[in-house]
Ligand binder design. Sequence first.
Ligand code: ATP
Length: 260
Amino acid sequence: MSPEPVIDVGELVKHYHASDGSVVRAVNGVSLTVDAGEMVGLLGANGAGKTTTLRMLATLLTPTSGTARVAGCDIRRDPVGVRRNLGYVSATTGVPDRLSAREIFTSFGRLHGILAEAIPQRVDRLLDLLDLRGCADRPAGRLSSGQRQRISLGRALVHDPPALILDEPTNALDVIGARDLLDLLEQLRAEGRAILLSTHRLHEIESRCDRFVIVHGGRVVAAGTRAGLVAEWIPGRGGDLEDAFFQAIRPDPRIPEGRP
Ligand code: ATP
């Protein structure tokens, strides 16, 4: 029997009620799984429902219906258990300018209830992993955006969670910073963590993720490996992930291009 996926999303729905009385159907029945030691890319255009899906998984938003489990904990019934097992890096996660990486990791370690005597060792391990040793005690406001992004990641890892969710983690980074971060995520995957990340930058993650889930209008319109998606969406013609992505999100994707 195969083990339960670390992240298991079942038919999640989120409808927002806008101030003018209208209903925004942001997420309309998204299901996906991520196994231990797997990295899955959540892809979609602006407004596709990626952030809303990830925020529900992180227990920051209550679903309208459906549910999800993280390491066996249900996001509705056991949000504390979910947070214990999940590291979440949002697109807007801020890092306080005046605090250093060491101070930030230490305070998050305390918040997670890690024993005081275990914290320094945990923090040192994170500083090494994230290559932040040389600037561990410098205020974060004086660090580069790549270093600050690594602090955000460290903050999400301080309690050693089996699942990691990242919303557009490379957005503020240049090509070198993005590559370093993705190398790091591959390392975390090799440790057996389940990683789900959203991004617009398909070329960056094309060869990094094990599988992809493409959302459009709040629904999953395609899912699979890179090779599987290319074979399914651009059969016989070959192409890359971006070609498959564009085909999958076309208004009527099953009608080949150039046909009515
Ligand atoms: P992006 O790539 O631009 O970040 P996304 O795929 O993450 O987009 P979401 O942010 O989840 O998409 O938004 C999905 C839909 O829900 C959009 O139409 C958005 O305008 C709408 N939406 C998001 N948050 C709210 C809110 N608080 N109230 C009303 N509508 C919202």
